[in-house]
Design a protein around this ligand. Structure first.
Ligand code: SAM
Length: 295
């Protein structure tokens, strides 16, 4: 089978199967071997690894993964691409293609059955329209993860890596920081894809923590506090917390917690570090327990 990623071979497959690119599935296929090699090298995939690929497309990166990994599970939503993948991956016996929506898949079950519940590597050129639900879904369902090396929209990569006080900093930056260390590996120009995306792209590697860097008494409550703090960016942290009905926190409780942390009462959520959010949510939780309120 000819190596995909070389534009000539990709075009041949597209012609052979009369492939119509499906915009609704975020289909932009990689046609640059240097970028493919860079992703594989950054992922550090070896022959002992089980790799989950999300959205194999016509199998371009899948071929590289099959060469380097022990086992590859590739999840593709588009029925039309399944016969194409059977052709382009016919040389490999270490790959399984699942025709499913990745957001509906029980990935923990796959990891239990195929990798003895050991940490897996996720490598993908993601469909950009569902980047955040995919990444957050992997994190929040506590899939055993070694690392996630993915192509995403450039702005999303910047948000993932953003630090307190910057315009890109938000709930996604804090979630990524809680679960992993993020590193932008490369910026990728539009001409490396077919068709060309209208946005910039970047490869980001998330090296997942085995233990969270902060101690929180209730992870879900901490993320609710984070979401409340960023939902009204122009409001003070105090108002953001008190205005969120899900938290059920009075303005006095919010003010007391902020003061107990030694912060000023007009501070905004966007300046707080993950450590401060963990401390804040633990304090708010202790008030709730004292006042016998539910979480
Ligand atoms: N990996 C290929 C490549 O690099 O050339 C294709 C990447 S393309 C950006 C994204 C792929 O994800 C497409 O093949 C698309 O059909 C697939 N996809 C979109 N939504 C999906 C979903 N919910 N579950 C699984 N695959 C999905």
């Amino acid at each position: 089978m000819a190596t995909l990623g070389i534009p000539h071979n990709t075009i041949n497959i597209i012609k052979k199967y009369n492939i119509k690119f499906q915009k609704k599935f975020g289909q932009n296929f990689l046609i640059d071997t240097h970028v493919l090699e860079k992703i594989i090298s950054a992922s550090n995939v070896t022959k002992s690894d089980f790799v989950l690929e999300i959205g194999p497309g016509i199998g371009t990166m899948t071929q590289y993964l099959c060469e380097n990994a022990r086992e590859v599970m590739a999840v593709e939503i588009d029925n039309n691409l399944i016969p194409v993948l059977a052709d382009t991956l016919s040389a490999y016996d270490n790959v399984t293609v699942i025709n499913e929506d990745v957001l509906k898949l029980d990935i923990n079950k796959i990891v239990r059955e195929h990798n003895g519940n050991n940490a897996i590597k996720v490598v993908a050129n993601l469909p950009y329209y569902i980047t955040t639900p995919i990444i957050m879904g992997l994190f929040e369902s506590h899939v055993p993860l070694d690392s996630i090396t993915v192509m995403v929209q450039k702005e999303v990569a910047q948000r993932m890596q953003a630090t307190p006080g910057t315009k890109d900093y938000g709930a996604l930056s804090l979630a990524v920081r809680y679960y992993s260390d993020a590193l932008i590996v490369a910026n990728v120009p539009a001409n490396c894809f077919m068709p060309r995306p209208s946005v910039g792209s970047a490869v980001i590697k998330l090296i997942c923590h085995s233990d969270a860097p902060v101690k929180t008494d209730n992870e879900q409550f901490m993320f609710n506090v984070i979401h409340a703090s960023f939902s009204q960016r122009r409001k003070t942290l105090q108002n953001g917390l008190a205005n969120d009905s899900r938290l059920d926190i009075s303005k006095k409780e919010a003010a007391d917690a902020i003061s107990q942390m030694g912060l000023t009462d007009n501070i905004r959520g966007e300046t707080l570090t993950l450590e401060q959010f963990a401390e804040l949510s633990n304090i708010l939780l202790s008030y709730k327990i004292k006042n016998k309120k539910g979480v």
